[in-house]
Write a protein that binds this ligand. Structure first.
Ligand SMILES: [Zn+2]
Length: 215
């Protein structure tokens, strides 16, 4: 567990942050357990919406699924369990976090989050672990919302959907040039992660945090 998560800050700093920038995003992702470290400054009461709010002080923001800030003294957090945690950051510096399940994705949570940045081309995005196309089997009410190129086994009555692939395509179409995507599936990696489906609808969650590290 520890060695796995250690990978992410290094990976993000090396691969995502422009090397000349004095800005870096610190990313912490961990399984919520009984023994929790200090709580983050900003949490969301997530409702599978496309709403993105600005964090201006320590707060619990109601009815939204994404949050952004330019303040370097606020740690933002979202909670997921098969949905995608998505981190945005730009050298302004600005960061944003989005909780993107299929509902949020098709209703535009990524678009609304990106719209809070001045220029999409300056934004780097990390798509964290969510349920993969190996496991995200859905009915027609969900599959009809996704273009065929994101379907696996499209001839089946219940195809599998590549949620992260669909997210990445949306971001690139909006002008985001740098997207890093985790290849981990929450359901296949329950030794490391937490899966809502894999746990039979349990109440556990993964928490993903982001904070601007001061220059
Ligand atoms: Zn899987």
């Amino acid at each position: 567990m520890d060695s796995y998560w250690k990978h992410f800050p290094t990976h993000l700093q090396l691969e995502v942050t422009p090397p000349s920038s004095r800005f870096e995003a610190q990313v912490l992702a961990r399984k919520l357990s009984q023994e929790q470290p200090s709580p983050p400054d900003v949490t969301l009461e997530q409702v599978h919406s496309a709403i993105c709010r600005e964090a201006i002080q320590p707060d619990s923001l109601t009815a939204c699924d994404a949050v952004w800030t330019r303040r370097s003294d606020l740690t933002l957090a979202i909670r997921t369990a098969d949905c995608l945690p998505v981190i945005f950051f730009s050298p302004e510096p600005q960061i944003a976090l989005a909780h993107a399940g299929w509902r949020g994705l098709v209703s535009g949570v990524l678009e609304n989050t990106l719209a809070t940045f001045s220029s999409p081309s300056s934004v780097s995005v990390w798509i964290g672990p969510g349920i993969g196309p190996c496991c995200f089997e859905v009915g027609p009410e969900v599959s009809k919302e996704f273009p065929l190129q994101h379907h696996r086994h499209p001839k089946r009555a219940r195809p599998f959907i590549d949620l992260a692939g669909a997210a990445q395509e949306r971001l690139r179409n909006l002008g985001v040039k740098h997207v890093v995507q985790s290849d981990l599936c929450t359901r296949c990696s329950q030794h490391l992660l937490y899966s809502y489906r894999g746990s039979g609808g349990g109440k556990g969650r993964l928490e993903t945090r982001a904070r601007i590290r001061g220059a």
